[in-house]
Design a protein around this ligand. Structure first.
Ligand SMILES: Cc1cc2nc3c(=O)[nH]c(=O)nc-3n(C[C@H](O)[C@H](O)[C@H](O)COP(=O)(O)O)c2cc1C
Length: 272
């Protein structure tokens, strides 16, 4: 979920059902007056930099889903998770990173998401590290960049707890999921609450060339070395050079379309 605070507009809560992320999006014209702008929802102290402490009551007041037992339980679990990690301030506020929204933003994040849901994409696990340092997350924002040399990109949200490990690794893998791997996709998207190396419960994860973990049962895997990274909005665009590809498994791929992930059967290819 994300609290959006714009000039001359009441704060609103985006994606209240998403308990895996939590941040504030603040109109950049309000930079320098954060304490006042955020006062209805959060406490801000300029010496604490780019984060503020959001009052849980303010979130409940903004959420159209408050009162729904499932949402209430999810929100309570999110608060408990924040407490465990020391992200609750002395006044009970939840720590939130502040992203500054560019001044002119004619399309809202909700409108943008609605439009992007109409783009069918695959589902991958981007992973790095060895043993207890293994980290991975589910990503749909994956694209081919160049064939000579072979390069790909992934877009990783900077608020993800997995982001820093992947961005700083010497190698990372992209594991394109097969049609029967929805459970893997959801586990690496944070469902079930597993974090860090605990997400790698599957024995099919192996250490590949360059030290990145590879899921042997994925539809297709690629191992990459990082070439460059660029900050864009809330995400980092990570470009990698492909140094190895695995064997293709399964005949179907997992596809993310219109807010649903499901298996698709590969058709004999018409495009070469
Ligand atoms: C189908 C699907 C696609 C996703 N695509 C992306 C993506 O492209 N980039 C991204 O940063 N997060 C994406 N996510 C969200 C992350 O997987 C999720 O926030 C993850 O839990 C972040 O890692 P963390 O739990 O370590 O913070 C996607 C989630 C799902 C279910």
């Amino acid at each position: 979920m994300r609290i959006v605070v714009k000039q001359n507009t009441p704060p609103r809560l985006e994606a209240p059902e998403d308990f895996t992320r939590f941040s504030i999006a603040l109109d950049e014209r309000l930079q320098g007056t954060e304490a006042l702008a955020l006062a209805p929802v959060a406490d801000f102290k300029s010496e604490e930099g780019t984060h503020a402490w959001v009052r849980p009551d303010a979130i409940r007041a903004l959420s159209a889903m408050a009162g729904d037992p499932e949402w209430d339980a999810g929100f309570a679990a999110m608060c408990a998770f924040a407490r465990e990690h020391g992200w609750i301030g002395p006044n009970g506020g939840i720590r939130a990173h502040i992203d500054y929204l560019p001044e002119t933003c004619p399309v809202s994040a909700d409108e943008f998401r609605r439009a992007m849901r109409k783009f069918a994409s695959g589902v991958c696990i981007v992973a790095s590290g060895k043993g207890a340092d293994r980290r991975g997350m589910t990503v749909s924002a994956f694209s081919s960049v160049s064939a000579e040399p072979p390069m790909v990109l992934v877009c990783l949200n900077r608020t993800s707890s997995t982001h820093d490990a992947i961005i700083s690794a010497d190698a990372f893998s992209v594991n394109i999921l097969g049609g029967s791997q929805e459970d893997v996709a959801m586990r690496f998207a944070g469902q079930g609450g597993l974090r860090g190396a605990d997400r790698f419960t599957d024995d099919a994860w192996q250490d590949a060339e360059g030290g990145a973990p590879v899921l042997a049962t994925s539809h297709q895997s690629l191992v990459c070395t990082p070439v460059s990274s660029h900050q864009a909005g809330t995400h980092t665009v990570l470009i990698g050079q492909v140094i190895a590809t695995g064997d293709t498994q399964d005949s179907s791929a997992l596809v993310n379309y219109d807010g649903v992930i499901k298996a698709t059967t590969a058709q004999p290819s018409a495009i070469q």
